[in-house]
Design a binder for this molecule. Sequence first.
Ligand SMILES: [Zn+2]
Ligand SMILES: [Zn+2]
Length: 244
Amino acid sequence: MAAVYSQPAAANYYTPPTHPSMKQRGYRICDQCGAVEQPPVKFRLCGGCMTTQYCSQDCQKVHWASHKAICQHTSSAKQQVIGSGAVDEGLIKGLRKFTSAHSALLGWAGFQALQLKRLPSNVRQNALLVELSYRPSSSDPLRRFSVKGTHIVPRTYITDNDPLVADDIMRREERCRKTGGIGTAVILIQCGEISQVMPVEVDSPNRISWDTRDDWACVLSNFVESGRTDFKPISTTTRGIIYG
Ligand SMILES: [Zn+2]
Ligand SMILES: [Zn+2]
């Protein structure tokens, strides 16, 4: 069930949604069986890489053999950074939490930044890089980050220097296209020396109803700055404005 509003808006920044959300058009799925996460059910994150997610412990177990390499690669990259003494572990944990709390917003921003409604093939060409700055002093963990800048970068910027990540993205890409999606949008969240790749599988163009917004960077900044995690994308349809 979707709420219908009479006034268009960039997103729900000024009008918080009061209804359960519809299925996201860019969504995260169980890495093993492909089940879509449906709120309020939360999938389990892999404790090693804190990136892949599963609908159940069974799926996580089955997936381990093929996931092990990329998982250990991701965790060891984290360890190296910690070992260098340059970064505190709080930042790394904070960044994982940030990405998970803002996943709907980040997915939507990637979709807008790459103009996937108009240029679906862009999903394979480019990626969105979100540069964050960190304020460890804030008492609210969700307000420790702010958006320093956003950049569209060639996707090879992320895949060229990391073959394991490239393989993982290709695998998601193939799976997504088999089920009629356009591919995997890649969002790189970076804060100092720490970065996190967020792959978002995107539906086919005819199922995407999100409005095209040129002010996505501003919307992204506003939500992050205020620590709000209730972002809902909007779609203008013949039935009115739909949030979700
Ligand atoms: Zn599963
Ligand atoms: Zn893992």
